[in-house]
Write a protein that binds this ligand. Sequence first.
Ligand code: ZN
Length: 417
Amino acid sequence: MNRLFDKKESWSNKERKTRQDESLASMVKLGYKKSARLKAILDDNKINPKSIKTREDLEALPVTSREKLVDMEMQEPPYAGLENPAVQIDRIFTSPGPVYEPHLSEDDILWARAFFAAGIGPADIALNAFSYHLVAAGLTFHNGLRKVGATVVPSGTSSSQIQVQLIKDLQVTAYVGTPSFLMAIITKAKEMGFDFKKDFYLKKACFAAEPLFPDMRRSFENEYGIDTYQMYGATEVGDVAYECSQKNGWHICEETIVEIVDPATGKNVAPGQLGEIVVTRLNEIFFLLRFGTGDLSRIITDECKCGRTSYRLAGISGRIGDAVKVRGLFIAPSQLKMIQSKFNNLPLQAVVNRKGHEDILKIVIEKIAPEIGSAQWEQSFKNIFKEICTVKVDQVEYVDKGKIKTDEKLIVDQRQW
Ligand SMILES: [Zn+2]
């Protein structure tokens, strides 16, 4: 078996940069012709598209955050005019915001390198426990698994009991999903009387959308005999980085340009320093340049023993700005504002905390009307919250009118990173 997915993974840094710079220049040139929005962005910043020749030239362009992208898409649905109208889009995904994303292409190798690096191949039966419903995760991870030859069980967000049954009946060897859900599945298996390590064949797990905490990783690896790998990406830009067997940072994908910038200025920080991960995915379908993920990380440039030559991200150190991830899903202030508008501009605040490995979402609400707080009111609030934010509310706390100051943040993240 080859040690690497393809030749690109062993390119010299010089060769990689040259090829990526070429792709970038042609993406900008094409985007300027096809996308009115990209043309407007470049024109507004007085940038000649021909002047974007290398990744260093990107710095002249503004960073587009998720919030900004939502605003742009609201002004010009569905893709903010960033798409290539000449290309037929094969799938349209959505994620909370709402933000719509044209799927890059069914032929691309999204996530395949990550699965390959995790040792997944034709001998594997992989349980894909990411949602296949509306969001990109399910189908894009599915595609990646197929590209490395694995057989996929598209279990999606089925209950943990069903997942246990599938793992057992189908002799599943690999899991793809969030770490907290795998832990819930293991707990359920124990309740059902199984010994996970002895009774099952599941020996590999690839995680995304949530941090994998070191104690949780130790528990998967030592107690349950599961070799774990982390993958990192975003719906807007696809796969960004993945872990190899060395587990000393996440290799940056070959089709992405990753910059680490100072969130305040949008300028690149010095190598090795912490900053916001800003991603440009080289493609000819969606001309989103410099997508600001809101995640903080730094670059590792040392050579990796695995043979891959790409630079690596040193995990995720936290979030910038106000949008936060709860159980792998973003909640943005814009969504909370939408909820407020449905309840007569109800003053509220979301507080995110962590109990063990689980994110806990509490909503603090001002009792500005007598019906607020009744069981019926709370149920309807929770339903609308789930509808808009996708994430479930765990706790509701009611406070007196005037307690939430207007200058306080809509979302408070109290988790320790
Ligand atoms: Zn490596």
